[in-house]
Design a protein around this ligand. Structure first.
Ligand code: KIV
Ligand code: ZN
Length: 496
């Protein structure tokens, strides 16, 4: 069996998505979940980009035990120095440095020449080697870089000491055959010494997983991925798809270190924390990924699972019989469940979550992992200036929908009512009566967590205010309350 290294960039490339930004504590939670999942490398951030990113790399480096912690830089000495500083506490550290190599980048971004870029590539690797042994070089936009020139760059950086060379299809442009041929060309024409090639494929044309797999089939031994495929524009390659494709095809004789049973909980946790809902038909982790609804399929699956199922849902951590918590469960049970889901909490946070857990348990018989993740993902409103004090709506067919809302704004109480074309519209209009700002709901997504009419609904909302977008999230068994809370959550981000 050949080992395929899994390089997770959820916290760097994934986190570049507007509205997905996490604070340091949340990033540590994600990193711990990734460690439990078994990823080999965690790209923790781009330290020179902001003090917040710097600090997150420092704290993640301290918190992780065995994965390599990687920090991104441009081919700039200052970036490399800052990255090395941020990685100070990492037990295993890597600097990921690089530069654009396509004609588009060389001409339009750098106004430079191939020879100059080659020199800068060598120089940045040599500079990073002064600080760490493990240096990964990325040839940005390698997908659109001429193979002959790319091979010269790869050879030069390997000679300079790069341990991994990343071949990003930055724009998601390549066809799988083309990307596979590129990796093969490099394997055939470069003396890689002990270095390995890495894939880093974007999803712009929906081919990220196919391209990554073609890269692996042609000799790449590291894949750069994110959980749920999150990332800028159409996203990155999703970890779960590559890992399960490799695992399902034993004939490839390739293995990863991923504990696949952690895939589903990790995916749910990250979706909640990052306010990024998962499309129901998403491969491996979508709600419908294993739901056989057509009669012909159901008949086959009942006779023998292998007729229509290529993966046992339990292998990715979906367990319909998972232990559920109820109103009688204690704090220890909640803490244990959180921990199994990769969320470690201190006593104060546990008390707060436990109160909210009891509120849900009052309204819902069985509390599942999904509820717990939504509960943990929901921001505490302790620090918020605007809080929902109470609300009541009337709705129905043939009647006017009315919303009455009470808000607590920095300790002062306000109340308003409004009518609307539905209860959510009425209640949000009532909120707008109190907070008289220009604010427009740009996106509004309601998702049931599990099944059943007593289920918790998750609401993601994007609200624009003075040309900026703000994101809100909430979860509640009453979807009208969840909607209003998500709206208030977003508003709290600009009403300071
Ligand atoms: O897509 C890309 O090219 C990148 C590099 C910075 C590695 O994310
Ligand atoms: Zn990228």
């Amino acid at each position: 069996m050949d080992k395929l290294f899994i390089f997770d960039t959820t916290l760097r490339d994934g986190e570049q998505v507007p509205g997905c930004q996490l604070n340091t504590i949340e990033k540590i939670e994600v990193a711990k979940a990734l460690e439990m999942l078994g990823v080999d490398v965690i790209e923790a951030g781009f330290p020179v980009s902001s003090p917040g990113d710097f600090n997150s790399v420092v704290e993640i480096s301290k918190a992780m035990t065995w994965p390599t912690i990687c920090a991104l830089t441009r081919a700039v000495e200052k970036d490399i120095e800052v990255a090395a500083q941020a990685l100070k506490y990492a037990k295993k550290k890597r600097i990921h440095t690089g530069i654009g190599t396509s004609e588009y980048h060389i001409r339009y971004k750098f106004n430079s020449t191939q020879e100059e870029i080659l020199e800068r590539a060598i120089a940045c690797v040599k500079y990073a080697k002064r600080y760490v042994e493990d240096v990964e070089f990325y040839a940005e936009d390698a997908g659109r870089t001429d193979n002959e020139y790319l091979a010269r760059v790869v050879q030069a950086v390997v000679n300079a000491g790069a341990t991994v060379v990343n071949i990003p299809d930055t724009t998601g442009y390549c066809l799988p055959t083309e990307y596979g041929a590129k990796i093969k060309y490099l394997i055939d024409n470069v003396d890689m010494k002990n270095a390995i090639l890495s894939t880093h494929c974007h999803q712009d044309l929906g081919m990220a997983t196919a391209n990554s797999i073609m890269g692996v089939l042609n000799g790449a031994r590291q894949v750069e991925v994110t959980i749920n495929g999150i990332g800028e524009r159409a996203g990155n390659t999703s970890l779960e798809e590559v890992v399960m494709a490799i695992r399902s095809h034993k004939e490839l004789k390739i293995e990863t270190n991923i504990n696949t049973q952690r895939i589903y909980p990790t995916s749910r946790m990250i979706s909640s924390l990052m306010n990024m809902p998962i499309q129901p038909n998403k491969a491996i982790v979508g709600r419908n990924a294993f739901a056989h609804s057509s009669g012909i399929h159901q008949d086959g699956v009942l006779k023998n699972l292998s007729t229509y199922e290529i993966i046992d849902p339990k292998d990715v951590g979906i367990d319909d019989n998972a232990i559920v918590l109820t109103a009688r469960s204690g704090r220890a049970a909640l803490k244990n469940r959180l921990s199994l889901l990769g969320i470690e909490v201190d006593d104060d946070h546990l008390s707060e979550l436990y109160q909210r857990f009891l509120e849900i348990a009052d309204r819902k018989k069985d509390i599942t992992d999904e509820d717990i993740l939504a509960l943990a993902g929901k921001e505490t409103d302790k620090m918020h200036r605007i809080k929902l004090d109470f609300m009541q709506t009337t709705s129905g067919k043939g009647v006017k929908c009315i919303g009455v809302v009470g808000l607590d704004i920095a300790g002062e109480k306000f109340q308003a009512s409004a009518t609307g074309n539905g209860p959510v519209d009425a209640a949000i209009k009532a909120v707008k009566e109190i907070i008289k700002r220009q604010m427009v709901i740009e996106e509004f997504l309601i998702q049931a967590i599990n099944k059943g009419s007593d289920d918790t609904g998750k609401v993601h909302m994007q609200v624009s205010h003075e040309g900026q977008n703000y994101y809100g999230f909430s979860a509640h068994t009453d979807i009208v309350v969840a909607s209003v809370e998500a709206f208030i959550n977003a508003v709290n981000k600009f009403v300071i």
